[in-house]
Design a protein around this ligand. Sequence first.
Ligand SMILES: [Fe+2]
Length: 278
Amino acid sequence: MAEELSTRDAKLIQYLNEAYGKEKELETALQAHIKMAKRPPYKKRLQEHLKETKAQSKGLERRIKALGGKAERSPVPVPGPAGGAATAVTAVATKTLAAAKGPIHAARGTGEAEKQLKNAKDELWNEYEEIGNYTAIETLAESLNDAETAKLAREYRKQEERMAAFLLKLIPTLTKAVVTEEVPAAERRAARAASAPARGRSTPTARGAGASRAAASRSAGTAASASSGASRGSGTASRASGGTSRASAGTSRSSGTAAPASGTARASRARASRSSPS
Ligand SMILES: [Fe+2]
């Protein structure tokens, strides 16, 4: 069957299969994370995204079949005598790896709060990989005049972006829970006192400035990873620009709602977001 495919269709099938493999891997990871999630809104969002992920797998499978291919959990179905064996080995390895991640994730972190945070960070990393996958598929399909594949990729990219935005809002909350759970209150107070200027400032102002710096530094890292995530999948200059601005918008949204910090902290983060490298 592979020999009958045009180069165009084989390339579309290859990219769709890469996305398909990732979706199947995440079905397993999400199921493990749902079991571990403690906060009801977080658990509910993961459950919703698992449904989306399963629907994405099915949609990709249908599109791959329509193009004359076969949905496989391997990165690339390689034509030729060695292709079948290589594909089978990779598929088994991917499945085993995904299944092994559940217990690994259950054991991670120094405490319960940190386990939740590490899972959320892991999910965010995966969302950006998927955003990259779908941005690339959308561009490839548009370049090859495959409107149906482009539409599917666009729809799925938006779903991943919504999940990434949710996680960006959640991560500061989960991080604060780690502080509460792991750092004694007296040490938190001591650190704030040490960072305050010796004279001329009241404690609340010093606390605000400290929070602002920490938030700005966190935001700079987020913006950089968001930008690199968006540009990884970018095929053209105009798409890179759109992708980056989408990622920045997600970051700003997160800054506005996620951080129960001061206006100063938000302004600081916005500055860091603008000035961070892309
Ligand atoms: Fe997905």
